[in-house]
Design a protein around this ligand. Sequence first.
Ligand code: EPZ
Length: 417
Amino acid sequence: MERIVIEGGFPLKGTITIGGAKNSAVALIPASLLADDVCTLKNVPNITDRDALFDIVKWLNCDINQNGSTIKIDPSKLKNVLISEELSVKLRASYYFMGVLLGKYKHVEIYFPGGCNIGSRPIDIHLNGFKALGAKVTKRGHKYILDADELVGNTINLKFASVGATINIMFAAVYAKGTTIIKNAAKEVEIINVMDYLNNMGAKIKGAGTDTIIIEGVEKLHGAEIEVIPDRIEAGTYILIGALLGNNLKISGIIPEHNRALLNKLTEMGVSYQLGTDYIIMNKCDSFKPVDVRTEVYPGFPTDLNQPMSVLMTQADGKCTMEETIWEKRVGHYPYLIKLGANITLEDNKATIIGKTKLIGTEINATDLRAGAALILAGLIASGKTYIYDIDYILRGYENIINKLSNVGAKIKIEKI
Ligand code: EPZ
């Protein structure tokens, strides 16, 4: 077993380069299987979710050639077999193989996707979208079997602007007969990345990034290339670290517009920063005005930055509130922040955080990916040593986080126990 050990309080100086977006890459990798020949993905992040998806791609008899962050996937020898439970439960994004294999072969068998413990995580919106296109959905225990004689375009109105369902329905619709219109589509920027990739293959999709996406079915999709956009959640996490410990900490390789909601909140708290075209320079702020945050779908304040932001709130001068509206259980980090010394009360999905509180290092556990990131942030500002267990969650979504932080002066390491 391993744990992360952090000695807090050290200023962070130098440059952190942001990697490709996890929540793009986990869709772009399965999307490659929609094409008939070799596809190239650039700027793929080095995270364990990537490896878990590679295992499924290989299980389906597709070759993968990796050269650093450039990945070539050859789907020409794909065998559409049942995807094993052991492989598909490793991450929620395994559900993208449903839309891809249904869309291309009109048949898919897969076990219910996995993912972090932040809520019930149903996939009814995905399944209703597939049914609207003509698929029959059978559930046997944990296994889903989806079949269709043919897939016919339809107008699909999502009951919630689900990121995964929007992307999955795009996958299932690219080869459907006629036109599919997705209404109340999610507008996250990762969906534009996926649309661009599919259009590079020869798909005919318009409107990603808006609440209405139009997909005209095509007969063929050839190999193509795409670059994964920068990870706005990784960037946001380091921006928050910079507001607490930065000493000219440069976070480079970002698209500032993708972090607009966070930057607006930081400005409200009195945090100043220097913004370039593809970088931001952060300096430690001595006092933070309290704010209220309510997570929303893009372009609102991202739910995936809820937990790291709540750590900054423990250092504000007064009462902050953090209301989570996307996931019903994104609260696993609060007991551990309280154990470090934070003053937090939780009512339903709304936390009241009273700052400024001194955090004192101790033993804590990551309960999900973004909770783990929050605990690292807390350990970096706590006095003394903080020990974080269950660190696999963190390594799923933060590329080389130990090196990226230690290279700018953090006293952080992974040790075997
Ligand atoms: C994506 O999850 C991200 N994951 C999540 O990031 C992110 O928190 C979420 O979008 C919201 O931005 C990936 O992209 C792999 P949703 P997704 O479908 O697609 C309910 C991270 O930390 N819902 O937009 O699963 C659901 O229960 C992860 O990187 C249904 O009810 O999110 C939740 O309350 C965590 N039925 C809400 O919608 C469905 O069929 C948001 O879900 C699907 C979703």
